[in-house]
Design a protein around this ligand. Sequence first.
Ligand SMILES: NC(=O)c1ccc[n+]([C@@H]2O[C@H](COP(=O)([O-])OP(=O)(O)OC[C@H]3O[C@@H](n4cnc5c(N)ncnc54)[C@H](O)[C@@H]3O)[C@@H](O)[C@H]2O)c1
Length: 268
Amino acid sequence: MYNLLKGKRGIIFGALDENSIAWKTAERIHEEGGFFVLTNAPAAMRLGNIDSLAEKIGCQVIPADATSVADLEVLVDNAIEILGGKIDFVLHSIGMSVNVRKGNHYTNQNYEYTEKGWNVSAVSFHKLMQVLYKKDAMNEWGSIVALSYMAAQRVFPDYNDMADNKAFLESIARSFGYFFGRDKKVRVNTISQSPTATRAGQGVKGFGGFIAFADKMSPLGNATAAECADYIVVMFSDFTRKVTLQNLLHDGGFSNMGVSQEVMEMFE
Ligand SMILES: NC(=O)c1ccc[n+]([C@@H]2O[C@H](COP(=O)([O-])OP(=O)(O)OC[C@H]3O[C@@H](n4cnc5c(N)ncnc54)[C@H](O)[C@@H]3O)[C@@H](O)[C@H]2O)c1
């Protein structure tokens, strides 16, 4: 390991179980010398096993619903106190669509569900950054990352309203990133990750076909959750200090492909 994050303090959202991108990232950050608090929605504490991760790493878990500004304020205050100083890195690894969960087609949305989905998946990122900004909770040259998916730019029919949520999320990263950069010297980026077999990923209809297709289209194959964790470590390190307002594609090359030979062969 490289000690890339030695002495850096952070907050990690979204570690639910061993497959979660945030889980793998927490493990990698720990290996690189960073220390942090873990957080997740109160309901996720019951569904997943975040406590076992916290025990293994030796860090604290602070429950917070990312859609609640009050919860986020308590979380940020507690994190600074527990970690002994302002924050250097924050990972927003949160996504949820009630329409996807309930099997509602994109053309037949329940708008209460739609609203809940964008609140959890996109507006929570604004709320989080607004709390961090107002509290002046981030150290200069800190780094904030949220996770996205390419359905923000291209059509993936079964990704449903999560496509719109991701477009919203990426826009918030740019818009808030401007103010965070100008006023606090903090960078804000999204990482657009390959399909990954996690609880959220597998909730998408037809996920098995989807992940196999992306793998066959990508010259380097799909990026795994562990590889995503490596990339996030780099984005939290001092080697990326002037990278901001970007949507960074971490997808084995998928996004620039038209068609691959492997996929062509299936039709010939
Ligand atoms: N899995 C994929 O194929 C894939 C691809 C690209 C991007 N992403 C994104 O990566 C991120 C992490 O997802 P994952 O694939 O690791 O799945 P995951 O299911 O392990 O993680 C999703 C997390 O969101 C949390 N969450 C949901 N509602 C919340 C709330 N109100 N407050 C706080 N936390 C809440 C869940 O508890 C869970 O920990 C998401 O933004 C997802 O959209 C996933």
